[in-house]
Design a protein around this ligand. Structure first.
Ligand SMILES: [Zn+2]
Length: 396
């Protein structure tokens, strides 16, 4: 049964991903939500007949209603610059804790979007998660569409779909200054540049939903750096809060994947498990200043520089005039899926099956660990901070 559902899902996903703007698939006429103008990567046809999901006409302004109704709900985060729908899915958990899962920040990383949809599918068919979660599978649908429009280039160095246009800033480097809340009126990032519409919607969502933890699903071309990484949390001044529990969470997810045959080589699971991304500064012991990586990929005009969601999200916000904008440092887990290709982008059956398995494992790690009652917060008393982060036990 599981395989049947999976194959149906895969085929439907492939069809939907292939659907162009003029040639998209109409869904669920009963709700009037036809998706006919979008052509975005959408799970719509797969979930159409799923009685476990309520396809609402809610948008971000109705988020309170979405949450209060306590049911699996599809709603609209907003529209992309080219008018595509950015879909969001709310799955209520068994606890008051909240998590956010996003993918497709870089449109070229199509595999990340598949992981998010597979996670959604798993949640709709599985047990209720511990964390209530909102999933945004394709934050930049225009860019994903560009990537899908050039199938021969998927995974190639041309990186089609990573940026919104020539000269655009890296979509993952557009966050406000660490320790500062998002200002909707100005909507500028740490460097004073205009934040793109899709990221503004993400920042509004974070402000309204107030998740304790975020999983940001990306993909990486060099598969030896694939893995699950955690940003060190700090207070509003950048002083480290201690990395141990974040490390346990990330390594726990990586171990889950590794033990089942998946590739998380960047976590060095066999030698010295680490939750630190290879480009990021080492975590400081609690109370010490945490260095941050403000430089992404090397590009002209500093397009690749700026504050990432990992840095901004893992820094606490206090002393805002509007106290509703204050928040604790969030746990931000950045997932680098190895390779950009989805299963359907491979030409041989064996490669497709291997990619399916990998996609399933990454999604399962999010579902069974990140969204489960695996709370290092509750187990952290007495644990050391600092260098011990590399030697955490694997899970389970
Ligand atoms: Zn990325």
């Amino acid at each position: 049964m599981k395989w049947f559902i999976f194959i149906v899902t895969l085929v439907a996903c492939t069809l939907l991903f292939a659907a162009g703007k003029e040639n998209s698939i109409s869904v669920n006429k009963n709700t009037g939500d036809t998706d006919t103008t979008t052509g975005i990567p959408s799970f719509a046809s797969v979930i159409e007949g799923n009685s476990n999901l309520y396809r609402s006409s809610y948008s971000l302004k109705d988020l309170e209603m979405v949450i209060q109704e306590k049911r699996n709900t599809a709603f609209l985060l907003g529209e992309s610059k080219e008018g595509r729908k950015i879909n969001a899915y709310y799955i209520p958990g068994s606890s008051p804790l909240k998590a956010l899962v996003i993918a497709g920040v870089h449109g070229s990383e199509l595999s990340s979007i598949d992981v998010a949809y597979w996670l959604l599918n798993g949640l709709l068919h599985g047990e209720q998660p511990y964390y209530s979660v909102i999933i945004v599978p394709a934050l930049f649908p225009d860019n994903a569409f560009k990537a899908m429009s050039e199938p021969a280039q998927i995974g190639g160095t041309s990186n089609i779909g990573r940026y919104s246009h020539t000269g655009a800033i890296d979509p993952n480097r557009q966050m406000p200054s660490p320790g500062k809340a998002f200002d909707e009126e100005n909507a500028t990032d740490h460097a004073g540049r205009k934040i793109e519409q899709e990221n503004r919607l993400l920042l509004q969502l974070i402000h309204l939903f107030k998740p304790q933890r975020i999983a940001n699903i990306h993909a990486i071309r060099d598969t030896s750096y694939g893995g699950i990484y955690a940003d060190p949390r700090t207070d509003q001044h950048g002083l480290a809060l201690g990395y141990t529990t974040d490390s346990i969470l990330a390594i726990g997810m990586a171990s889950f994947i590794h033990q089942r045959g998946g590739n998380v080589a960047g976590n060095k699971p066999d030698r010295s498990p680490t939750a630190l991304y290879y480009k990021d500064p080492r975590p400081s012991p609690a109370g010490f200043l945490q260095k941050r990586n403000m430089t992404g990929s090397v590009l002209n005009a500093k397009r690749g520089s700026g504050v990432s969601l990992g840095t901004w999200g893992s820094t606490a916000i206090v002393n805002e005039k509007d106290s509703l904008k204050n928040r604790d440092a969030m746990r931000v887990i950045t997932i680098e899926y190895p390779g950009y290709k989805r299963s359907s982008d491979h030409s041989t059956v064996s490669r497709r099956l291997a990619e399916q398995r990998q996609t399933e494992l990454f999604a399962a790690a999010i579902k069974d660990i990140f969204l489960a009652n695996f709370c290092p917060e509750a187990e952290s008393s007495g644990m050391p901070d600092g260098p011990a982060y590399t030697t955490m036990k694997s899970y389970p």
